[in-house]
Design a protein around this ligand. Structure first.
Ligand SMILES: Cc1cc2nc3c(=O)[nH]c(=O)nc-3n(C[C@H](O)[C@H](O)[C@H](O)COP(=O)(O)OP(=O)(O)OC[C@H]3O[C@@H](n4cnc5c(N)ncnc54)[C@H](O)[C@@H]3O)c2cc1C
Length: 532
């Protein structure tokens, strides 16, 4: 057994679950530090016919990194910035997948990448960026302890996706190791599909010929299934592939010049109707908006309860009872005057839409912004804590959070459907999320096993409804294992079979992430490869 491989034991328990609260099992584990380690581990798994689960930081919400047997490869030790490159005013970083988002942000902010092995070219680029203003990496999932590899594998996104797009838009190169040891290293713009036919150069000189599936992706924010489009950029196929096509070992990210000003505005509303009317108008009329987020009454109630309980959330600001709904907006720009105009527009729009512009919290500097982002992060954390509590009495229940999005003109309708169905099913829920992108996380809070069952049935009904509306069953968390049944609802069994064939073209041993995206079939073993 290669030195890097350890048999699974008590010490590794935390590697059996992610933030979906699903718990798995595994035979062995490894923490590779180099590509050579990974190649050795892959050979061991092929020889032993062991399936392989790839892990980043295990903050996933769809059980994608939860192992059900086989070997676990956890990439947390591959966490360095390997290089920095400059093209004109633009800078890109070459990163390892285990790099944690919060650490990456700190390094970018301080322009300190702590790598004595930087090449001459990287040292020159570092000197250049040090003389320039601030830069940022825009993707902002609220869970800053996510790894970059996990963000790419799930095409993660956050509040600022409303303006900057998801992780996909900020990736310029990927290096992947396939389950049979072949390596793919491609840049954005380097390889384009010809219609739905793709020819991918491998680093060993061979060419991988791929027939892309024929399904049409929804015109919404999307992280469900493989990114596929005629004449697409090949790089996009691997972003959002949920650990099924290869191990991502290097990621080039494009940095963005940081804006001079970032202001956060929390607006509070007496009811959902006036808040939604405001959102629809704000989308049309407010410029410089980088985020448009919502928190419903129950999400705010959870925060009130957590604040009263004390502990980590006791520093949350007081929420008056009549603050029944919150819409959070963010403005960014280099001209304060322009932002001031937009802020005044927001206030008058609030009054026009049945709100009261005095019921706002405005953050004009980083400290105040951090407080508002803490408020934002406290909601999903509060739900996780509540589920953990209820799980003690009902161990079978797990977090039930949707991640669905619909086209702009179906937002009001889908919210009415959520409300009506939750009432009819007598289920408790808290909702929040990226309302600017018609992407709200409805979190059913099961009180017992019956609630949990009813909740799961309701989600499948919503998955059908959202699919009818040309929407998606996963807009940012990925499908993983817990939403594979919804992916089949969204695309149908024929297209799922196309996805399965696509996976086998990259993973001829059917080794990688069994159960992610679609039910595992046929076990580990050399099936075929299209360039044989
Ligand atoms: C409180 C909370 C809030 C959250 N908020 C957001 C949010 O706002 N937006 C959002 O998008 N997500 C959010 N998430 C979900 C999660 O943080 C993201 O899905 C994140 O991208 C997962 O990264 P990870 O490193 O933890 O991945 P993991 O959970 O370790 O893995 C996720 C998937 O990626 C695959 N994977 C990981 N690394 C690699 C690699 N190097 N190569 C190939 N495949 C790999 C795994 O196999 C798995 O399928 C939240 C989670 C929590 C707990």
């Amino acid at each position: 057994m290669p030195a890097k491989i350890q048999l699974f034991n008590e010490m590794h328990q935390e590697l059996l679950r992610d933030e979906s609260r699903n718990i798995g099992y595994a035979e062995s584990v490894s923490f590779p530090e180099t590509e050579e380690d990974i190649l050795e581990i892959l050979k061991y798994c092929r020889d032993k016919k062991l399936s392989l689960t790839v892990q980043g930081a295990l903050t996933g919400l769809a059980a994608g990194a939860v192992p059900y047997g086989g070997h676990v490869v956890n990439l947390k030790r591959m966490n360095k910035v390997l290089a920095i490159d400059q093209i004109g005013e633009e800078f890109t970083l070459t990163c390892q997948p285990g790099l944690i988002l919060s650490e990456l942000r700190k390094a970018i902010e301080l322009k300190h990448f702590n790598n004595p092995n930087f090449s001459e070219a990287s040292r020159k680029a570092l000197a250049a960026i040090s003389k320039k203003g601030s830069y940022v990496f825009p993707p902002d999932p609220t869970e800053a302890s996510a790894s970059l590899g996990g963000m790419v594998a799930c095409n993660a996104s956050g509040a600022r996706t409303y303006f900057f797009g998801a992780t996909r838009e900020h990736i310029t190169r990927l290096r992947l190791i396939l389950s049979d040891g072949r390596i793919l290293d491609i840049k954005r713009g380097q390889v384009k599909a010809n219609g739905l036919k793709l020819e991918l150069p491998l680093t060993n000189g061979a060419v991988l010929k791929i027939d892309l599936p024929k399904y049409k992706m929804p015109a919404t924010k999307n992280a469900a299934g493989y990114y596929v489009a005629a004449d697409m950029d090949a790089l996009d196929l691997f972003i959002g592939s949920d650990g099924t096509l290869g191990l991502i070992v290097e990621i080039d990210i494009k940095l963005q010049r940081a804006p001079e000003f970032t202001w956060g505005i929390s607006t509070f509303w007496p009811d959902e109707k006036s808040a939604i009317d405001f959102v629809l108008a704000a989308r049309q009329r407010i410029k410089n908006l980088t985020s448009l987020e919502s928190f419903d009454y129950w999400a705010l109630e959870l925060l009130r309860q957590q604040r009263e309980k004390g502990g980590i959330f006791s520093s949350l600001p007081f929420l008056p009872e009549d603050y029944a709904y919150c819409i959070y907006l963010e403005l960014q720009g280099d001209e304060e005057a322009k932002l001031l105009t937009a802020l005044n527009q927001i206030k008058s729009l609030m009054d026009e839409s049945g709100g009261d512009s005095s019921k706002t919290w405005v953050a004009l500097n980083d400290t105040e912004l951090t407080r508002l982002l803490f408020f934002r992060h406290a909601v999903p954390e509060s739900v996780n804590m509540l589920i953990d509590q209820r799980k003690r009495k009902y161990p079978d229940i797990a977090k039930l959070g949707t991640d669905m999005a619909v086209p702009d003109d179906r937002l009001v309708e889908i919210i009415e459907i959520y409300r009506r169905d939750l009432k009819e099913a007598n289920l408790q829920a808290a909702s929040w999320g990226h309302i600017g992108d018609n992407h709200i996380h409805v979190n059913i809070l099961p009180r017992n096993s019956e609630d949990y069952q009813r909740g799961k049935e309701l989600y499948l009904r919503w998955a059908k409804k959202v699919t009818e509306m040309q929407g998606t069953v996963s807009a940012e968390h990925g499908v993983g294992k817990s939403k594979a049944n919804m992916l089949e609802i969204m695309y149908g069994s024929e297209h799922i079979e196309e996805m399965r064939r696509l996976k086998l073209s990259f993973d001829p041993w059917n080794l990688l992430s069994p159960g992610n995206l679609f039910a595992a079939k046929g076990g580990v073993g050399h099936a075929h490869s299209s360039d044989d």
